[in-house]
Write a protein that binds this ligand. Sequence first.
Ligand SMILES: [Zn+2]
Length: 270
Amino acid sequence: MRFLLLLLLALLQVSLTDYLIRNPDFYQLDAYTWESGEFREMRLGEAVAGSAALDMDELTAAMIDHDYDLTGEKTIPSDRFRESLLLRRRPEDYRKLKQAYETVFCDLRYFPVPASSRAGTPDVTYADGWMERRTYGGERGHEGCDIMGDQRPRGFYPVVSISEGTVEKAGWLEKGGWRIGIRTSSGLYIYYAHLERYARDWQEGDKVSAGQLLGFMGDSGYSAVPGTTGNFDVHLHVGMYLRTDHFRELSVNPYWILRYLEKFRLKYDY
Ligand SMILES: [Zn+2]
C-alpha cells in the first residue's frame, strides 16, 4: 500500500514537472525580470526581515513564485524542486535574477543608524516611502527610504556605512545636500543623503569599512547653494542602485533591506 502511494506521488511529480516545463508562462521569469518594476520594488517582507541569513536560491525562487511579493510571508518557502525547475527552464534569466539579489544583499552588514546606549534617546523611524511623489527638481518618484531623526536637531544621529566599499561620490549635490555614495565590492551603489556634516573629508576612491562612521544626520539639500539646510525635516535618505544590462543606475527599494538590517545594529554612546 505504502509502495503504491509513493509510486503515485512520484508519477504526479513527474507530470507536474512536465506540465511546468511545457508552459513557459507559468512562472514570471524572463530576460527583463531582474530589471522590472516588480524586482525594483523589492517587496521582500517579514520573511526576509526575520531571516538571520538568506539563501539566495530560496529567495530568488520564492520571489518568482510569489510574483515578487513576500510582504505577506512569515517564512520563505523552501522548495528545491521548484528552484531546479526554474534553473532548467531559464538558466540565464534565473542566474541574473539571483545575481541581482546577491549584489543587493551580500555586502550588507549594519543598519546605517546605530542604536543609542543612553536611555531616553528617541529612536529613528522609517516607513516604506518607495516611489512617493516628490516635486523638488521636477515631478518624480522617491527612489529610496527616509530614516527620520526629526526628534533631535541636525547633527545628533550618527550615520555609519552599511557595507564595506569605496567612496565613489562625496560633496554637495543639489537634491542630496551633503551626500556620500559608496560602491560595495558586489557592485551595489549605496547613496546616503542630507548629512549635516561628514566624519572626515571623504575623497573619491577612499576605502570604507562596514560600520565606519560616515557623518551625521541632517537636513541639507534642495538648493544649489552648498550648505543650505532646513528645507525639510532632519532625516537620512538611503538609496540603492544597481548597474544592469540596460541601466547605469537602477534604483531598488531599500525599505525591506533596512528592515532586514535592523538585526545588525551597532550601539553608540550618543
Ligand atoms: Zn528621501
